[in-house]
Design a protein around this ligand. Structure first.
Ligand code: NAP
Length: 532
């Protein structure tokens, strides 16, 4: 497949497979026009074929060395860079995300692939554990290692068309772990998905690996995804998107005779807690710009967008609220696709009519620009009393909006923290004099979120080793992060080998190792360099 020369076809094991009617097209987000070519839903036979080939390819790929997998990830990074402007141009048309943001996202995607290559070569991620036989205790030799689960189904989100899509976190983590991948393309950016599928296919060919290692299936409507996760060959699901979508796929998996893990990152309100002193004596002014930046990053279409902001009800709080509202209203926002823009308009209209909720300044929710995905930002205010009464205020609205919620006492703020739903993040702002209150709040939040930010804002998720991008339901399903190197565990599981002769064991469990993998040997962490 030539870059930029889109076919509208599915890509199954490196081959173009024609799409059948009914066709759909991507929408040009900035103008509302339909974009060529036609795409269609993958048929059940095509889904089955992709899964069969993924299973066959897995049988071969699982035996490859860490270095081969690392070379594949590095080749993938090179191919993404080589896709150049046609990838960025198509992606801009399909999502309205500006070029600067796409350049940043591409860099993040490529760096992610290279970081996982390092992790795979190092090998410590698989936690080799060796317990030698102990005759005194009559205990046998036991050795364990995390091993790849099998073919994985991946669903990317609309808001990160490069970093959380066809070659996003889940695909990279699955290939790093040693799994094959079948991706359900996001219908909001099918052309971007097709170009990225070409990058994966070329990287696989370059490394002389089986083409069935990767397939891309298009679809708009839920049948393709539901059928894919029910295919008996699929052994894990990685999903990023809406709560409704993640939950529906989890429920579909529960209908399988064999249950498999579903890892879903879904919507979240990411509350910010301002302790009272943090806004006093004019300090509120320093938070205006970064707060607005966090609420409107990516036009508010970030999974870590702060959709709920709590502060003590006083003059400074009101000043902050108005200053934020003023800036959010300053210009229109072009959202990713018409479905998201319609959803945004519907949800802010509903919120505006709820008891105990007011718009900070009344804004017109314009319907005039429906076709080009434009919306007006909206800022609401309410109180913790209302929030405790009405859990709908904790629902994520995907787009440029937030709700300021005031509390009368810190005890009331704690009451909300005790009852809040699971969220990806929470931010705590406190002065040095408020650290005891902050400590109590942070203790409560540890059972509610995946990441707690101190005196900072939640957007800007880092791809590193310590990142936890997840949280209790409904923020996520499954305990492993979706972003950062810890996500490799999503697509592996530990297996214990008891009383094995060394030549039947996976290499990381041999007594002598060539590389510097960290291992737990008879209860002590040992790095190979220290051992030799
Ligand atoms: P989405 O509508 O849930 O779609 C994601 C993918 O899942 C698409 O391929 C979609 O394709 C499929 N899907 C959706 N519902 C399905 C169902 N019932 N059965 C089978 N497949 C289904 O997500 P989105 O378009 O990205 O919408 C934005 C939402 O994602 C926001 O709520 C946002 O917060 C959330 N999000 C979360 C994160 C995070 O890390 N937590 C990151 C980005 C976005 P079909 O529609 O063709 O079935």
């Amino acid at each position: 497949m030539a870059i930029g020369n889109l076919t509208g076809r599915h890509w199954i094991a490196g081959k173009a497979v024609p799409a059948l009617e009914p066709f759909f097209r991507a929408t040009c987000a900035p103008t509302g026009a339909a974009l060529e070519p036609d795409y269609g839903d993958a048929t059940h036979a095509q889904i089955k074929l992709a899964c069969e080939l993924a299973e066959r390819a897995f049988a071969e790929y699982r035996r490859t060395s860490p270095n081969v997998r690392a070379l594949l990830l590095e080749a993938l990074a090179d191919e993404i860079m080589a896709a150049g402007d046609p990838l960025l141009d198509r992606c801009h048309l399909e999502t309205a995300l500006p070029r600067e943001r796409l350049l940043f996202e591409r860099k993040r995607t490529v760096n992610q692939a290279r970081l996982f290559a390092q992790v795979v070569r190092d090998g410590s991620w698989a936690e080799p554990r060796l317990d030698h036989a102990n005759l005194e205790l009559n205990s046998p030799d036991c050795r364990s290692l995390w091993l790849p689960v099998g073919p994985v189904a991946v669903f990317g989100a609309s808001n990160f068309p490069l970093a959380i899509s066809v070659v996003g976190n889940d695909t990279i983590a699955a290939l790093a772990a040693g799994c094959s991948v079948v991706v359900k393309a996001h219908p909001g950016h099918p052309g971007t998905c097709e170009i990225l599928a070409g990058c994966v296919d070329r990287a696989i060919a370059k490394c002389d690996l089986p083409p069935g290692l990767f397939s891309l299936l298009h679809g708009r409507g839920h049948d393709v995804g539901q059928t894919l996760v029910q295919d008996p060959r699929i052994q894990a699901v990685g999903f990023t998107g809406s709560l409704a979508g993640g939950r529906a796929l989890f429920d579909a998996v529960c209908r399988r005779p064999q249950l498999i893990p579903v890892y879903a990152e879904m919507g979240s309100v990411n509350p910010i807690f301002f302790l009272p002193q943090t806004l006093r004596d004019g300090r509120w002014r320093q938070w205006i710009e970064p707060l607005v930046g966090s609420i409107t990053a990516g036009c508010g279409q970030m999974c870590t967008q702060p959709g709920l902001i709590l502060g003590a009800n006083n003059q400074e709080w009101q000043e902050l609220r108005h200053a934020v509202d003023e800036r959010i209203h300053a210009h229109p926002y072009t959202l990713l696709h018409p479905g998201i823009a319609d959803g945004f308009r519907r949800m802010v209209s509903q919120r505006a009519t709820q008891r105990g909720v007011a718009e900070v300044v009344s804004a017109q929710v314009s319907k005039e620009n429906c076709s080009n995905c434009q919306v007006t930002g909206m800022v609401f205010d309410s109180s913790v009393d209302e929030l405790l009464r009405n859990s709908e205020l904790e629902e994520e609205i995907f787009g440029p909006t937030t709700i300021f919620v005031d509390y009368e006492s810190t005890e009331q703020m704690f009451e909300y923290a005790r009852s809040m739903k699971g969220s990806l993040t929470a931010s705590v702002f406190a002065t040095p004099d408020e650290l005891e209150s902050a400590r109590l709040l942070i203790e409560l939040l540890q059972t509610k979120v995946g990441r707690i930010i101190f005196n900072g804002f939640p957007t800007g998720v880092q791809v590193n080793h310590a990142m936890m991008h997840g949280g209790p339901y409904p923020a996520a399903i499954g305990q492993f992060t979706s972003i950062g190197t810890g996500s490799i565990k999503r697509f592996a599981r530990p297996v214990c080998f008891q009383n094995f002769p060394e030549n039947l064991l996976p290499e990381p469990l041999h007594d002598q190792l060539r590389n510097a993998t960290l291992r737990l040997i008879d209860g002590k962490f040992v790095s190979n360099t220290a051992q030799s």
